[in-house]
Design a protein around this ligand. Structure first.
Ligand code: SF4
Length: 88
């Protein structure tokens, strides 16, 4: 049985160490065809870094996701109630 998930929404804890988050991002990045292009990823993270909804420096307060993980996926969007803060 899998004991960890790349998505915070499937775990019990909103906190993770920098090392744990980086490990999740590395795992996802092994499948570049399943990830947004780097420039889109960086743009998304730039929006998150200046967003008041970013908690603990890692977690979106609207969806509970680690933004460095969520931003990797093409099918994920920014869940800001007033409209997406992501350009792509
Ligand atoms: S609301 Fe959007 S921009 Fe803000 S932290 Fe969440 S995903 Fe990032």
């Amino acid at each position: 049985m899998q004991t960890s998930s790349p998505c915070k929404g499937c775990s019990a804890d909103v906190h993770a160490t920098r090392e744990q988050i980086e490990k999740m991002v590395r795992q996802i990045s092994r499948f570049p065809e399943a990830c947004v292009p780097d420039e889109v990823y960086e743009s998304r993270l730039a929006a998150c870094s200046s967003c008041p909804s970013l908690q603990y420096g890692s977690t979106c307060s609207h969806c509970g996701c680690f933004v460095e993980v969520r931003a990797k996926f093409p099918d994920k969007t920014c869940p800001a109630p007033g409209g997406s803060r992501w350009a792509g």
